[in-house]
Design a protein around this ligand. Structure first.
Ligand code: MG
Length: 429
């Protein structure tokens, strides 16, 4: 037979105005929920979740299985989603939930542990503290991928971003474990207000030092407040106690501390319970989901996160696209350059008659290039030719342009307006 002893505490902390955490304890069910969202949404969400678990699992003597506990959590999710849908003031509310229950498994008694969100279950075994649950948070995902260390995750500014919570979607995936209850083992369920303020070595030392679960819970709340108390702090400490003498049932727990009862209140309850069953030797924690299925889910989640975070992938298709793009741009530039420099025209450089290579006025960024000067000027050529040369007399080749100049010089000589020379020079060459 298994006998449990427990104590719990919840506190608003030193910064928040309201306590949005909820705690529930009974002789075989222990729950911590950390609500969030809206003016009063957090309190409502965590309260609804714990009450649904109490009703669906806690009061039904037939529901002594891990599956029943998981179903109760899924039911709690539906209740929170439904409440948020019905009341606009509660839109966006949600809650974490971490619970432990005494259940039947294969003829033995087991402890079932379920988790959604970043509240945690720890096991203190032979003096060592081990986190049982996986946090469903962004930083925990990055930590599992090896992209953050545990110390970095503990102080990361986005450590409050959850990847799973009750109240967000109509369906929720619930992590679950079954543990053999071993006398001397001590379990802790807690909200992040504890482990964000008190490091795990100090939590472990406190749990080793204080044998009474209520005292240990109260002392951990005090330490979290001493560390800053920036969030609500809630925890349940559950001891597996050896019981050979079949004593009477212990004190009934008073249930959840009322989170709305006031500021800075440490609400603590304690009690004992016993149940029939065999107490086996030490057993490792084992997941209720098969290890294969669990690894499959983890790999799928990791692949999804990796896909979302992957930098742009440089494939041969991207390379081919860039090469083709460069070729098209290069060919276009070459064609424009060829066209722009394909012809010649006779024009003025100041008053001097010259030959340019290119089109009058230029093409895009390519300006005409002066290639030859002549001895002719605006005053020495026939007046009738001036407008044509001002506009740029286009000739297909340089020879043709040169012939035009010779012809112009001849006309000038006939009219006696200037020198007959067409001696030309090529500037800058
Ligand atoms: Mg919190």
């Amino acid at each position: 037979m298994t006998r449990l002893a427990w104590g719990s505490a919840t506190d608003v902390g030193r910064v928040r105005q309201e306590n949005e955490d909820a705690v529930f304890t009974s002789e075989r069910l222990f729950v911590v929920a950390d609500g969030m969202g809206g003016h009063r949404g957090g309190q409502v969400a965590s309260g609804l979740a714990t009450k649904t678990l109490e009703r669906d699992f806690g009061q039904d003597v037939r529901s002594r299985s891990t599956d029943a506990l998981v179903r109760a959590v899924q039911r709690a999710n539906e209740v929170v989603v439904s409440a948020a849908t019905d009341d606009p003031e509660l839109t966006g509310m949600g809650t974490t939930l971490c619970a432990m229950a005494l259940v039947d498994g294969d003829g033995d008694e087991r402890l079932a542990i379920v988790n959604v969100g970043d509240s945690r279950a720890y096991l203190l075994k032979s003096g060592d503290l081990e986190q049982i649950t996986d946090d469903h948070s962004l930083v925990a995902t990055l930590e599992r991928q090896g992209r953050l260390t545990r110390d970095e995750a503990a102080v990361h500014p986005q450590r409050n971003i959850l990847t799973r919570a009750l109240g967000i979607d109509a369906r929720v995936m619930v992590d679950s474990w079954e543990v053999r209850p071993v006398p001397g083992d001590r379990y802790v369920l807690c909200s992040d207000g504890l482990f964000n303020e008190v490091d795990e070595s100090r939590i472990a030392a406190t749990l080793r030092r204080l044998a009474d679960p209520t005292e240990a819970a109260r002392e951990l709340v005090r330490l979290a407040n001493e560390g800053g108390g920036r969030d609500n702090i809630s925890l349940v400490v559950v001891d597996v106690v050896a019981d050979e003498s079949d004593p009477p049932v212990g004190t009934e727990a008073e249930g959840a501390a009322d989170p709305a009862s006031g500021d800075r209140v440490i609400a603590a309850v304690s009690g004992e319970a016993r149940a029939t069953g065999h107490v086996p030797g030490a057993q490792p924690v084992k997941p209720a989901v098969s290890p294969r299925e669990r690894r499959k889910r983890e790999r799928a989640a990791q692949r999804a996160v990796a896909r979302a975070n992957r930098p742009p992938h440089f494939t041969w298709r991207v390379l081919l696209f860039i090469v083709v793009l460069i070729a098209i741009v290069g060919a276009t530039v070459a064609a424009i350059t060829y066209y722009a420099r394909d012809t010649y025209f006779v024009g003025f450089d100041h008053d001097q008659v010259v030959i340019y290579r290119g089109h009058p006025g230029g093409v895009l960024w390519i300006k005409p290039e002066l290639v030859e000067r002549s001895g002719l000027t605006r005053r020495t050529i026939p007046a009738a030719s001036v407008p044509e040369i001002e506009a740029g007399k286009v000739e297909p080749t340089r020879d043709d342009a040169h012939k035009y100049l010779t012809n112009l010089a001849d006309q000038a000589t006939e009219q006696g307006t200037g020198s007959a020379t067409t001696s030309t020079t090529t500037p800058g060459r």
